[in-house]
Design a protein around this ligand. Structure first.
Ligand code: F3S
Length: 421
């Protein structure tokens, strides 16, 4: 492949993978049939490149190639992760028309070449669900940890270039989490305070990531009702305060029928305890804002499930978002369509909220104009938005955030009613 028997694009891709694998110390490439990457062109910095055509975009950004090669159809199942632009609501985001057009032209080009335009950080919510043990090449930290821990499929946190090369070759270096030995637990975590709702799963993840960084925790104790919604929040939080790419919940996640299996027969290098003091510290660390007047409420990080969209809609029913406060609810495009058919989008819009897809404020770096203080139900978004955009952030339950949207004021608390599912 590297010698060009299958064409110039695959030769560039294989050359990149061999160099990448050598840098990592990998001895082999493994076969993959599942790639989730970032291919489209939605940032201002790509304008000049996109003007030369999307072969040039892919060559430079996804293959690290100065030579422009013609991009063939992807060799394996490949999807587009979240983008910077909502294809329908870009003006609400404050995105110039020409950039939105550029993204659409890019999608048409890459879509015809086999990249499924899921445009979400949660491809596993819209049909991309690899099976246990399947080798994948995924970007996006919240998706990677879900893929490894919850689905039992195997991926490292890849980049634009390695996913671009994997999509054309169906190969990725065999190292890190592709190998059994690197998937065993390292830290034992005893949870001594009830973790049952979405907010508390998020707090636990945020505390945990900061402590274990990129190690592999095995959690036991008072963990109740794990679900897609809660585990996507938990993993996203742990992957933002730290670099958690894998964890085990014995009895729940697929590579941990027991604590012993999760640890791979070894002793944990450290035992940690999560109790009320740790829970309070995580909440305090996420709530550093001073201003209680809320300009913007952001929900849906990682992108909301249909149940979460319903929860938001039901909490808004018959009410109105405060003047001077914006409410954006983010969900994958495919689920937005479902929410539209179910009447949920109408309920949210009726109350003055906006349902967005394809993007999020942390990725797009576009918030409503003049925002200084944000409220969110996402530990990840509360972590990144102040650092990326300079706003202050409050973190709390969905209920707290909706109340903030209605009143324009933050009154959330750690003791909020536990009814977020
Ligand atoms: Fe997804 Fe954006 Fe959050 S990419 S995980 S909604 S920061």
């Amino acid at each position: 492949m590297r010698d060009g028997i299958f064409g110039a694009a695959k030769a560039r891709a294989m050359d990149l993978l061999v160099r990448y694998g050598e840098a990592l110390g990998a001895e082999w490439l493994v076969e993959t049939n599942n790639v989730a990457g970032a291919f489209n062109a939605s940032t201002p910095s790509v304008r000049a490149l996109a003007a030369r055509g999307f072969d040039a975009v892919y060559s430079e950004l996804n293959l690290d190639s100065d030579e422009v090669v013609e991009v063939p159809r992807m060799a394996v199942n490949t999807c587009q992760l979240i983008t910077g632009i909502d294809n329908a609501k870009w003006r609400t985001q404050g995105i110039p028309d020409d950039l939105a057009e550029q993204q659409k032209r890019g999608e048409a080009f890459f879509g015809r070449r086999g990249i499924a335009m899921h445009a979400t950080c949660t491809p596993y919510q819209v049909g991309n669900v690899p099976v246990k043990g399947e080798h994948c090449a995924w970007m996006e930290s919240s998706a990677v940890v879900y893929c490894n821990a919850v689905l039992g499929a195997r991926t490292n946190t890849e980049g634009k270039e390695s996913t671009g090369a994997a999509a054309l070759t169906g190969r990725i270096p065999d190292w890190g989490l592709h190998r059994d030995a690197n998937r065993r637990g390292t830290h034992l975590v005893e949870v001594g305070v009830q973790v049952d709702d979405m907010m508390n799963w998020g707090l636990l993840g945020y505390w945990l990531g900061e402590i274990v960084q990129d190690e592999i925790p095995v959690l036991t104790g008072a963990l109740a009702n794990p679900s897609l919604i809660k585990l996507k929040h938990f993993g996203a939080a742990a992957a933002s305060s730290g670099g958690v790419e894998m964890y085990h919940l014995p009895g729940t996640t697929p590579e941990a029928r027991s604590v012993e299996e999760a640890l791979g027969g070894r002793a944990a290098s450290e035992t940690l305890r999560y109790s009320e003091a740790e829970r309070r510290r995580a909440y305090a660390n996420l709530n550093c804002a001073r201003e209680r007047k809320i300009d913007f409420v952001m929900l849906g990080c990682p992108h909301n499930s249909i149940d979460q969209v319903w929860l938001v809609a039901s909490l808004l029913e018959g009410r109105r978002v405060a003047a001077g406060t914006a409410l954006w609810v983010h969900t994958p495009r495919a689920l937005r369509d479902t929410a539209e058919r179910n009447g949920y989008v109408h309920m949210i819009e009726d109350a003055g909220g906006v349902v967005m897809s394809d993007t999020c404020p942390a990725i797009s770096r576009h918030l409503p104009k003049g925002v200084r203080t944000v409220a969110t139900d996402s530990a990840k978004q509360a972590h990144y938005l102040p650092a990326i955009t300079g706003v202050e952030a409050w973190f709390g339950s969905v209920r707290d955030c909706i109340e903030a949207a209605i009143s324009g004021t933050w009154n959330g608390s750690l003791e909020t009613e536990r009814s977020d599912g």
